[in-house]
Structures are given as C-alpha cells and as structure tokens.
Design a protein around this ligand. Sequence first.
Ligand code: ATP
Ligand code: MG
Length: 183
Amino acid sequence: MKIITGNPGTGKHTVAKIIAKKLNLDMIDINRVAIDEGIFEKRDGTLDVDINRLKRIITRNASKNSLLIGHLAPYLVSRNNVESAIVLRRNPYKLQSVYKKRKYGSKKAIENLGSEILGITYYDVVKKIGRNKTFQVDTSNKSISIVIKRIQAFFLGGKTQEDDVDWLGLVLKKGDLKRFFPY
Ligand SMILES: Nc1ncnc2c1ncn2[C@@H]1O[C@H](COP(=O)(O)OP(=O)(O)OP(=O)(O)O)[C@@H](O)[C@H]1O
Ligand SMILES: [Mg+2]
C-alpha cells in the first residue's frame, strides 16, 4: 500500500481524494474507519483511538492498491506492506492558524505543533519503512496542485530532491522556543 501522513492540518485530506482518483487507488481514510467502527474512546476530555484494534482493521482491509490516509498511519502498518509513504509538513506558524480556525484546545495545539517542529511523524515513518521509501513535502508555500504533482511524481517515479524542512531552526532563530515548548 501507499501512505499519505503528516500531522493534523498539514493538508492530507485536501489532496487525498484527487491523488486516489488520478492513480486509481482505493483510499482508506483512518479517521473514517475509526468513526465507522466506533473505536474512539474518551480519555481526559480528548478522543483517543484504540491503535491495536485499528491496526487489525486496516491490515484486514488494505491491499497493494490501497492509499492509507491519516496522521496515525505509521503506527498502523508493518514495514513489508508499505511500498512508499508521503509525509506532509507545514510551517508551525501556519499550522498554528489552522489549529486556531479549528478551535483546538491549547493542549492539543501545543502537542501537535511540538510534534511538527521536532518532525516526529517523519522520523517514525523513516524508522518504520526506511528513508528511501519516504518522501516529505512542505505544503506551507505550495498550491494544492503543486503538492498533488509532487506526490504523484514520487509515487510513480520514486525519490527526487526532497523539501528541506528545519522548523526547529526556524523557531530558534525567531526566539520562539518557549512559545512552542512552554512546559
Ligand atoms: N497546499 C495547500 N496550500 C494551502 N492551504 C492548504 C493546502 N493544503 C491544505 N490546505 C489548507 O490547510 C487546512 C488543513 O488541510 P487538511 O484538512 O487537508 O489537513 P489534514 O492533514 O487532512 O488534517 P487532519 O489530519 O486533521 O485530517 C485546510 O484549511 C486546507 O484548505
Ligand atoms: Mg483531514
């Protein structure tokens, strides 16, 4: 299967359907599966998902032709089943405005921003399937059609020059470390 992942708000769902259609892939939307299967459970006022159960369902439903979408993707697959993975990235200052619009609580926002700045999803994908099968695209200053083109090129043709992402460097340069890591 192929994967499009990245932190919440990086642009996965904006491109997923179009990519699936263009490449004739069966889209599996992890959020959708979790809702349909009713596997959210409430804990500390936030919604947590039962990863093991979700993993079993995904494994059962996925095929070679699947396109798995969602920020939890790296934790729901095994190395052998994944052909290639896209990790969408977004400038934390821009991501913060997405979270404001979505009215994320401060804990949820700060957790996801910290994760994006440290590149945790990218790191976890590379750890799971290897660097040569992973490609990151910075969506901060790209139109949706350019993002789609970059993803398509990687899925069809393999790895080319990757976007350079250094959010931690950016945040340090702006003196905003405390703003994003207040605890
Ligand atoms: N390439 C892009 N350029 C500008 N804005 C974009 C781009 N891609 C997505 N957006 C905007 O960013 C916001 C978040 O995008 P989207 O909802 O697709 O993120 P997501 O990764 O699917 O999030 P989640 O994991 O929470 O489902 C939306 O307001 C969307 O319109
Ligand atoms: Mg989405």
